[in-house]
Structure formats: C-alpha cells, structure tokens
Ligand binder design. Structure first.
Ligand SMILES: *Cc1c(COP(=O)(O)O)cnc(C)c1O
Length: 375
C-alpha cells in the first residue's frame, strides 16, 4: 500500500461532539414487526388500522405517481381546505406535518430553550420528551394513579419554567382519558403562557360520552393546540401525515421553522381522499367499538387486569410470578405468530399493549393467553 493512503496519525484535534444532553436521549423503541422463524406474523404492536386503508385513499396514492417529479404544495392547500371543512376549523390555524410526530417536535423547538421544561404523564409518549430534550429542555413527569392522567398531578409539576404540557387524549399506552370537565379544569389551572398540547392520535376511537379531544377548548384559547393524525383511524401510517389546530400565532411560528415541503404529494392527496371516505372511517370505528370490549372482557375472564381503553388497543397487566410474566407472555404470543408490544420503555414492565385485531386475531390472542396461563 502506498504511504500516502496510510491512516493519518491520531491527533489531539477536537472531534465533533453533539451538544450536551443529546447522547443521554434514548431513541424511540418502535413496536416489533418480525418474529424469528414465523413466516407471516400478525402485527398487533403498533396500533395500525387492522382493516388497512380506504380504497379511495389507495387510489389517490396510486394516482400520485404522475406527480413524482413535482415539489408538493408547501401549504397543503387542498388538504387544508378538506380538513377545515370536515372539522369546521379556520384553515389559517392548521399546520401539516410529516406525521403528527413532526409537529410535536416543532412545538418543542418553538417554545423550549435550555432550562425550560415540559410536563407529561408518567407513562406518556416518548416523542414529547425526546423533542424537549433535543432542545436542552427538561421533562417533568406527572404521576398517573390507576394509569390515568390527573389534572392535579399535572398542575403540581408545572413550575415557572414550564412552557408545554402534553396530554394524549386518549392516552397511549394506557387508553385512558381526561373527561371534558377534567380537561377544562386542567386548562383553567394553567398559566395563560403555558401551552396545553392535546395529542388526539386515537381520538376517533373514543366512544365514552364524557370524552372530548379539545377542539372547542383550542378554538377559544390562545394556549391550546390539538394534534391529529391520518396514521391510526385512516390507516395511512406509511405516508406520514398529521396536522395541528393551533392559535394563529403558534401556527405562524411553526410555519417559520418547518421544512417547506414536509408533507408529500402522495400523502396530501391520499389524506384528502381518506377524509372523504366516511364509510371506511365508520367501519374502522365500529370494528374497534365491537372488539375492544370483547377483548377486555375475555382477557379479564382469564384473570388478567385490563386497563379500560378508549383507543384501538388494550393494556394488559401480567403477574410477576415466574412463568406468568409479561416478557414470557410476549414470547409465547410470538411463538404463535402474534406480535404485541412490550411497554417497559413506557415505564410499564409488567404490561403488554395489544392492538385490536381482526376477529381471528383477537380470538387467537385470547386462546394463546388462556393456554399460556394454564401451562
Ligand atoms: C401513533 C401516535 C401518534 C401519531 O404519530 P404520527 O407521527 O402521526 O404517525 C401520535 N401520538 C401518539 C401518542 C401515538 O401513539
């Protein structure tokens, strides 16, 4: 080898180092998608729509092939008009994102400077905390007694450096929610300069009459944002498209820093079509409304504790007795081709989160866990 291609001598020159705190962040742990030795496993680990996606949305996605050479409309004008009409919202108060995940990150970027903090639930979604810590913010966790957010616990964590409070409505991974009254009381207890972010990723699956994702609260206040997504009800998780309903000054701030073409043409067009497919939305909602209570009741009948859920999944607690633990149950289900979600990364090592599947999947889960607990 010629001398010139030898490795350069080690120097004391400084190396690029991420800013403080970045390397303390644990990357998001996604739900598993494969099992060794199982050809076609059933994925019940990421709360995807088990019915797939709307035929109209699929057709719109296919048609978008003719626009591959084009930049998307950075204002997502057609989708903006469709969302505004569908939900009776002011179009100028909407911001679209590369999944609602991106909007959660952008909200942190807009509000958090080093030393500021966010408040979120003890079992809350890690996208909130990752986003805050990336801005060198701190994360304060509010206790969730009985797996449910509590307005009092949240307010007890708010201090003079709190800029954002994140509530998932209904929550992932617990499936619980704050009632309309609880939400209003929480908002009334917050300083007017703290932004209440209501993440409604699963809002469409809620059937409890006391549930309210908070659109009216957002409409009437300068410090409430609601985020929504096409990933869950509409089954468009692959396309990465979500939106936020914000007070106008917040929409304006987010618009200044987002990437100009953050949502693709295919995603925008499929989302417009999905929104128009009320039949698919109804079918998806009815499927969850039918099988969620069934799964809750059947698993309860096996002696397992199931947290009452308003989302398209259930959270199940397992004993700590060797042979009966959540880790062993997860492996047993996997051996039968059923992938569910271990949630120790959410602070729930004894629980599994199971997405509502098709009838045969739900029956297979119950049969497998019955055999597991008998073994
Ligand atoms: C799935 C999910 C979302 C949606 O994320 P997208 O980026 O829109 O796919 C948001 N929040 C929570 C809590 C979720 O579980």
């Amino acid at each position: 080898m010629p001398a010139s291609s030898e490795a350069p001598p080690l120097t004391r020159a400084p190396k690029p180092v991420p800013k403080p705190g970045i390397l303390d962040i644990h990357a998001y742990t996604p739900g598993k998608a494969t099992v060794d030795g199982v050809a076609d496993p059933v994925k019940l680990s990421s709360n995807e729509n088990i019915l797939g996606s709307s035929p109209l949305a699929r057709a719109a996605f296919v048609a978008a092939v003719d626009s591959l050479h084009m930049y998307p409309d950075g204002q997502a004008s057609a989708l903006r008009a469709a969302v505004a009409a569908h939900f009776s919202l002011e179009p100028e108060r909407l911001v679209f994102g590369d999944g609602s995940d991106e909007l959660l990150h952008l909200l942190n970027q807009v509000f958090i400077e080093p030393g500021d903090n966010i408040v979120m639930g003890q079992y809350g979604f890690s996208a909130y905390s990752i986003g805050a810590r990336a801005c060198q913010g701190e994360v304060r966790h509010a206790a969730e007694p009985n797996y449910k957010m509590s307005g009092e616990e949240i307010l007890a964590q708010v201090d003079d450096r709190t800029r954002l409070v994140f509530i998932t409505q209904p929550a992932n991974p617990t499936g619980t929610f704050l009632t309309r009254d609880e939400l209003e009381a929480l908002h009334a207890g917050l300083r007017s300069d703290v932004v209440l972010v209501l993440d409604g990723a699963y809002a469409e699956f809620a059937t409890d009459p006391r549930f309210d994702v908070g659109m009216d609260l957002a409409r009437g206040h300068d410090n409430v944002v609601v985020t929504r997504t096409f990933s869950k009800l509409h089954g468009l998780a692959a396309l990465r498209i979500g939106w936020a309903y914000c007070p106008e000054p917040i929409a304006d701030a987010v618009d200044r820093i987002r990437a100009p073409f953050n949502t693709s043409i295919a995603a925008q067009q499929a989302a417009v079509a999905a929104l128009a497919d009320v039949e698919f939305q109804e079918r998806s909602r009815e499927h969850v409304a039918t099988w969620r209570p069934w799964l809750t009741q059947q698993l309860g009948g096996l002696g397992l504790e199931v947290v009452p859920s308003q989302a398209n999944f259930v959270l199940v607690e397992f004993p700590t007795t060797p042979g009966r633990t959540s880790t062993e149950a997860e492996a047993f289900l996997a051996s039968r081709g059923l992938i569910v979600r271990g949630v120790s990364s959410y602070g729930l090592p004894a629980h599994l989160r199971i997405t509502i599947g098709l009838e045969e999947h739900n029956r297979a889960v119950v049969d497998a866990l019955s055999d597991f607990l008998k073994a």
